[in-house]
Write a protein that binds this ligand. Structure first.
Ligand SMILES: Cc1cc2nc3c(=O)[nH]c(=O)nc-3n(C[C@H](O)[C@H](O)[C@H](O)COP(=O)(O)O)c2cc1C
Length: 179
């Protein structure tokens, strides 16, 4: 359980940079994630420049605290792996079920990164308070992709207390819903 208990959303980071070696370890963790039909739709853009970080923060509901993180990982689901049509635009209104499937698989890989980061002593925070249009424009992401998250990554400069969790009895049932 250690790593699960250690993981917290971190919103304040030290100046220590995240090296390419660490970045590769995080992406290695993502690579091992399971995915439907082994489609591996996850893609990642590592962002370190102040200029790009600022633009991303603005699009992510101006969450200023994000700027203290030395690395942003923009986590993208590639709809093309299932839809095979680069003219299809994925956004909040898209009706295709394939979009949900690639987002689902990418979310699994993101959580692998988050847990690997905790193991390495890094902090992360998943953010998702943005629109597809704005984020895709900033990062020049093609229309048939969907930005699932912007993860802030860095060394924690805070130790947030664990948040209350729902009790097991509230979330676990046996044999049938409600039992
Ligand atoms: C899909 C998703 C989106 C989130 N978006 C944000 C966000 O935009 N800003 C933020 O500060 N935290 C965000 N969070 C972090 C949650 O607030 C946090 O996980 C939750 O409060 C539980 O706290 P903990 O992660 O420290 O256990 C997000 C988490 C998830 C899973």
């Amino acid at each position: 359980m250690d790593i699960f208990e250690k993981r917290r959303s971190i919103r304040k980071y030290t100046d220590q940079p995240v090296t390419d070696e660490i970045l590769h370890q995080l992406i290695e963790a993502a690579r091992t994630a399971p995915s439907g039909h082994h489609t591996q739709p996850w893609r990642f853009i590592a962002v370190r420049s102040e200029e790009m970080k600022k633009r991303i923060v603005q699009a992510d509901h101006n969450q200023e605290w994000m700027m203290s993180a030395p690395l942003f990982l923009v986590c993208v689901a590639d709809g093309y792996v299932r839809l095979k049509d680069e003219t299809i635009e994925l956004n909040e209104e898209t009706p295709y079920k394939e979009q949900k499937l690639v987002i689902r698989d990418t979310a699994v890989a993101i959580e692998h990164i988050v847990l690997k980061a905790a193991e390495l002593g890094l902090g992360t925070c998943w953010t998702g308070y943005f629109t597809q249009k704005e984020m895709k424009e900033i990062l020049e992401i093609p229309k048939d992709k969907h930005v699932v998250a912007v993860l802030t990554v860095g060394y924690p400069a805070e130790e947030p207390k664990p948040k209350e969790r729902k009790a097991i009895e509230e979330i676990l049932m046996y044999e049938r819903w409600g039992k």
